[in-house]
Design a binder for this molecule. Sequence first.
Ligand SMILES: [Zn+2]
Length: 251
Amino acid sequence: MNLVIDYMGEKSTLNPSLVRRQGLDAERVEQLKMSHIVLRHLRAQMSAIVAAGQVGPGGGPALLPQAGGDAPAPGALVGVYRPDVARLRELAELVDQMEFCQQELWGFDSDPHFHDWTRVPGCTCTKDANNPYRRANAGILDYPRQVEGDCPIHGGADGWMPSGRPLPEGPFWVVGGEYRVADWEEIIPATIEVHGPYAAREEALATWRGLMGAKFELNQWRYRVIGRAAASLPDAGRPALEAPGAACGEI
Ligand SMILES: [Zn+2]
């Protein structure tokens, strides 16, 4: 099985021993790869908001000291930091919901303690102390989260955090593109499309049907619906236009 995720110039791979341990088949692996593409898509949007929020004198770009870092050099262009916090939080919530989706796809329990909630662009909270796997290894998974007061996402008086609860269903995404025909496991990065989020499954399905219909004669194109769903639904196998829904993805 091809475990590599290649999107937006960044390559990563699913953990091969975990894939074996959880007994994931090729379809489930592909769903997980698509879910990681959604995560990157969300994080890229957050990065753009963070960059747009860095405003220098006269409205131009600003050079800012890193959080916790040294003060800027004398003469450096220093600016103010005004990201669109409301939108960053919306996106951070979508990231968190996608982590629930991934837990379902891996066959793990839905457990927000294992979500890496500081791994979103714009968050300035300490990464190491909040890393869920380090905390699990140290046996302190339930340790209070360490929030930096000036983190635009989690800091501030309201102490915003992702809801920490999976929605009963969704949000849904439609992700796909052109596959290299030889293996059906390698999507061509430049062709990847991410559509969504959709709150309702039917909405995502309508998009999926439209995309599949438009590419009907190009049979190396394939889209999947990715999102939390009733975990008891069976896998649908390879996609077909009239196939039933599946747990968290394959249609
Ligand atoms: Zn933060």
